[in-house]
Design a protein around this ligand. Structure first.
Ligand code: ADP
Ligand code: ASP
Ligand code: MG
Length: 443
């Protein structure tokens, strides 16, 4: 058995958290490949090391009078690591590493280089703590010269490097170009590294250890005691992640998906719990009709009216052309006999709204255009919805009962999700109402 275990920032934020991770790893000899993140928040007010590094680098590349701030911040970061080393009673010094980092910061080694040091240093500590080999991700995770990730080359190098390596720690989040320039994934990218390692070693499971007991039916910041999902498919997960449930980096799915390796999301603070299994397909029904709820704020809707527009060939294309010409992508386009509504991201759209409106007039000649802002989208996702009648009806009555006005509804053709548009001020209330009706009042 081979397992790849990735630990998130809060799971490695202090010596105490390191000890929890260590005992999880030692508890199962299959946990042979460890991917650590940088130390995260120890409490809600704390700052992640990655954010400190970004700040510190910003100071370092500014003019000279900020040099003092840069030194001070770097010292603060060093202290965070030293606290972990002392707490674990390790015979390890990062003095030499910090000297190099300081030098490279002054040489302006790059923002990605700066951020990557969070994972790099935590990896060194983790390897020393476990007695595992340390492999610098710069040697095995490959990016092209334009910072684009090279999946195949990475898999080739990683497979070869890990073939005869019994146990290793590979820091998450970064890699390097062939020339050695450090490049990071986008934020939360250690999840991707874990998935790449799992693919390369053909792991039986990719365990992703975090601070919640799996993927929860709804965001715990909105539903405080949300229940966890037992089994979720990759497709359902993708829908939920896209709509804001970012427990796992979106791109972390692809490397393991193609190999059929399941992901198990677990809680470092409650290792006895099974967590969530993310699989390709399952005959297991979810406990509730829906699998999960997620949502995003910050949308605008552009409502276009024209009598009998549904019989005018090319009308939709002309309207969308107006958005395309301004480089704006759309989220949803529900339509009726005389109306068509285009949902767009408010921050992308705001500055260009009048240009888009006049282009729609010019291209499609509508009777009226109405723009509405501050909308939110809520996605209700579930493989079980296809075979259950009345799901949409239940959603509406739950929302009506809570006085939430529904501005839009869109059911994907796969019947895997229903998207509802509500006003921003009703966002949390809408999620609570849907959670209540499907999970708490399970009929
Ligand atoms: P890590 O640092 O371990 O990678 P993240 O902060 O990236 O962890 O992801 C876990 C966090 O995601 C949780 O603490 C929680 O606040 C948030 N979250 C948002 N939506 C959900 C959800 N549906 N289920 C679980 N966690 C969620
Ligand atoms: N440390 C990085 C971040 O904060 C990567 C990660 O945690 O996955 O985004
Ligand atoms: Mg994360």
């Amino acid at each position: 058995m081979k397992k790849v275990v990735k630990f998130g920032g809060s799971s490695l934020a202090s010596a105490e958290q390191f000890r929890k991770a260590g005992s999880i790893i030692r508890n199962d000899s299959a946990r042979r490949y460890v991917v650590p993140s940088a130390p995260g928040k120890r409490n809600p007010e704390d700052i992640k090391v990655t954010d400190l590094l970004y700040q510190c680098y910003k100071q370092a590349i500014l003019h000279d009078d900020s040099e003092h701030d840069f030194e001070e911040l770097l010292e603060k970061i060093k202290e965070r690591y030293q606290e972990i080393i002392d707490g674990l009673k390790l015979d390890l010094s990062l003095e030499g590493e910090f000297r190099i980092i300081r030098e490279n910061f002054t040489k302006k080694a790059g923002r990605d280089y700066a951020a990557s040091r969070g994972e790099y240093l935590n990896g060194i500590i983790m390897a020393a703590y476990l007695g595992y080999e340390f492999i610098d991700a710069a040697e095995v995770i490959r990016f092209g010269e334009n910072k684009e990730f090279d999946a195949e080359k990475t898999n080739e190098i990683l497979t070869e490097r890990l073939k005869h390596t019994e146990k290793a720690v590979i820091p998450g989040f970064y890699g390097a170009s062939e020339g050695g320039k450090i490049v990071t994934f986008s934020r939360g990218g250690s999840d991707i590294t874990g998935s790449l390692v799992a693919r390369a070693v053909q792991a039986d499971t990719y365990e992703n250890w975090t601070d919640v007991s799996g993927f929860l039916i709804a965001d715990p910041r909105i539903i405080p005691n949300a229940r966890s999902i037992e089994v979720i498919t990759y497709r359902e997960l993708r829908e939920l992640s896209y709509m804001g449930a970012t427990v796992l980096h979106e791109d972390a799915i692809f490397p393991v998906r193609r190999e059929g390796i399941p992901i198990n999301i677990r809680n470092t603070n409650a290792p006895e719990e099974e967590g969530t299994w993310i699989v390709e397909s399952t005959c297991q029904k979810s406990r509730y009709i829906i699998t999960g709820i997620a949502g995003k704020r910050g949308f605008c809707s552009v409502n276009i009216e024209k009598d009998m527009m549904n019989s005018e060939i090319g009308f939709g294309r002309k309207v969308l052309q107006a958005f395309e010409d301004q480089g704006i992508s759309f989220e949803h386009v529900p339509s009726g006999i005389d109306t068509m509504t285009v949902f767009v991201h408010q921050d992308e759209f705001m500055d260009k709204e009048q240009k888009v409106a006049s282009a729609i007039h010019r291209l499609a000649g509508p009777d009226a255009i109405e723009i509405e802002s501050d909308l939110a989208l809520v996605a209700v996702v579930g493989r079980g919805m296809k075979s259950t009648r009345g799901t949409a009806g239940r959603i509406f009555s739950a929302l009506a009962h809570k006085n939430v006005n529904v501005r839009m509804i869109d059911q994907g053709s796969s019947e895997l999700n229903i998207i509802i548009g509500v006003s921003d001020s009703d966002f949390e209330k809408a999620i609570q109402a849907i959670y209540e009706i499907f999970v708490e009042v399970q009929l």
